[in-house]
Design a protein around this ligand. Structure first.
Ligand code: AMP
Ligand code: ZN
Length: 464
């Protein structure tokens, strides 16, 4: 039975979606104002594993991930760099999708951009104004949190601090728990906003960050849906405010299960530019680490634990993947009689894998089940070889595991970038008729475990 730790109730609960076999899931996406860092990808990978496991369990998943392409931070950066909003955010949106591919993160069904849903934000703000839950001031339209009795139910912000702060208002999108205050739904234009504004019936201005997610989630998934996720930093004020907006406007429970992932630390410390331990995904790729290795390092701890990222963890991830791939390669040799132990080992591994994942996505236990299978089957192959039917069964099982892990274990081997570069250098040397050099490079490639076949369509690289 699949169970999740639900932040809303503070308990692990059996997962029961609204529709029997379909799941609606909203995941707060990136603010596209910079290249996303590995902390962001820790969260996006947790969400990818969640999505993949729901599909493994047979659910039809509709996932929506928004792209925050207008907010305080973006406007500030556009102003600093004297660049238009659209041009600025497109650059980082494109980079984001490239990163998703590098990490083999499955695409969500929808990636709405906030700037394309202004009308819906206006509509919800109007509903809140009509209900006198929102009010107008000289600088914008605010949400009156004392009008929503359940305010604080997600993040458990204290009612005491709520009362103390409730007289004030917060125009900025992000603020600390000590500042429980009315927040902006619509911000009237100021000259700092420059070209960024919409002329709407609410006045000339732009939306607050929180209303963006209430608008986009309910547009695609309905006024009530199953799962909402994000990193812990999103819990307050962002998600608390999303609940307040949506439930007050639509008069029903907004989301049934809230899942929050813990933050990533680097070598035991908070990742920050000033500490010099800040890494974007592309930074790591440029250092020569493979996307799969980074994926493994960022996803292999339980999502509710702080994940300590280190270069050592990348090395051990690389080894772990290599062991899995080596195992899958071994399955290609098939001979002899069927071994009844193989089915037993496979069944047990599957049971343990599912038991672990069913228990709030205990990924490290699930991985342990996979490695147990690898170790045991390796011993069996050493002793008895491997029969074709056993091999097929094992491949099928590894494929099922990998539909969740996303490591591309059964895909064709990708060639090492370094080898590709060397092959190109050799081709160039041949073209220049520097044959001694070309031969030297061929030898170097051979030492790395590849051979080059010169065909009439050009050179082809193969594993030796
Ligand atoms: P942002 O682009 O800042 O809105 O963040 C996108 C997602 O990444 C959100 O779900 C955040 O909660 C999450 N996030 C931000 N920083 C970290 C971090 N250091 N570790 C894990 N997740 C993070
Ligand atoms: Zn959001």
């Amino acid at each position: 039975m699949l169970r999740f730790f639900n932040t809303l109730t503070g308990k692990k609960q059996a997962f029961k979606p609204i529709k029997k076999s379909e799941v609606g899931m909203y995941t707060c996406g990136p603010t596209v104002y910079d290249y996303a860092h590995i902390g962001n990808y820790r969260t996006f990978l947790f969400e990818d594993i969640l999505r993949r496991y729901l599909k493994y369990k047979g659910y039809k998943v509709t996932q929506v991930m928004n792209l925050t392409d207008v907010d305080d931070k973006i406007i500030k950066k556009c102003d600093e760099q004297k660049i238009g909003l659209k041009e600025f955010t497109e650059k980082y949106t494109k980079a984001f999708f490239e990163d998703l591919d590098a990490l083999n993160i499955q695409r969500a069904e929808y990636y709405p951009r906030a700037t394309e849903f202004i009308a819906r934000m206006v509509e919800i703000t109007n509903m809140l104004l009509k209900k006198r839950i929102a009010y107008k001031t000289e600088d914008g339209i605010y949400y009156k949190i004392t009008r929503f009795k359940k305010y604080g139910k997600l993040s458990k912000v204290e009612v005491k601090s709520l009362e103390a702060g409730a007289s004030g208002r917060m125009r900025t999108d992000e603020y600390a728990k000590e500042n429980v205050q009315d927040f902006a739904l619509w911000k009237y234009w100021t000259k700092e906003d420059g070209e960024v504004f919409w002329e709407t019936e609410l006045g000339k201005g732009r939306p607050g960050w929180h209303i963006e997610c209430s608008a986009m989630s309910t547009h695609f998934l309905g006024e009530q849906f199953d799962i909402h996720t994000g990193g812990v930093d999103n819990m307050f004020p962002h998600h608390e405010n999303e609940i307040a907006q949506s439930e007050a406007a639509f008069g029903k429970k907004f989301v049934n299960y809230w899942l929050h992932s813990e933050h990533l630390l680097v070598e035991g410390q908070k990742m920050s530019k000033s500490l010099g331990n800040f890494y974007t995904l592309r930074g790591l790729l440029a250092k020569g680490y493979h996307g799969q290795t980074i994926r493994y390092a960022l996803m292999s701890a339980h999502y509710k634990q702080k994940l300590n990222f280190s270069f050592m963890s990348l090395d051990s991830s690389k080894n772990a993947i290599e062991r899995l791939k080596e195992f899958v390669r071994r399955l290609d040799v098939a001979e002899g009689k069927q071994n009844p132990k193989i089915t037993k080992i496979t069944d047990k591994a599957k049971k343990n894998f599912e038991k672990a994942m069913d228990d709030d996505l205990e990924i490290s236990k699930a991985l342990a089940a996979v490695f147990e299978l690898v170790n045991k089957v390796n011993k069996e192959i050493d002793k008895n070889g491997l029969n074709i039917d056993d091999s097929l069964e094992l491949k099928k099982t590894m494929n099922e595991f990998d539909s969740v892990l996303g490591l591309g274990l059964l895909e064709k081997e990708e060639l090492d970038e370094e080898i590709i570069k060397l092959a190109a250098q050799r081709e160039e040397a041949r073209k220049q008729k520097e044959f001694a050099k070309a031969d030297r490079i061929r030898e170097e490639i051979k030492k790395k475990g590849y051979i080059i076949d010169d065909t009439d369509k050009g050179p082809v690289l193969k594993r030796a």
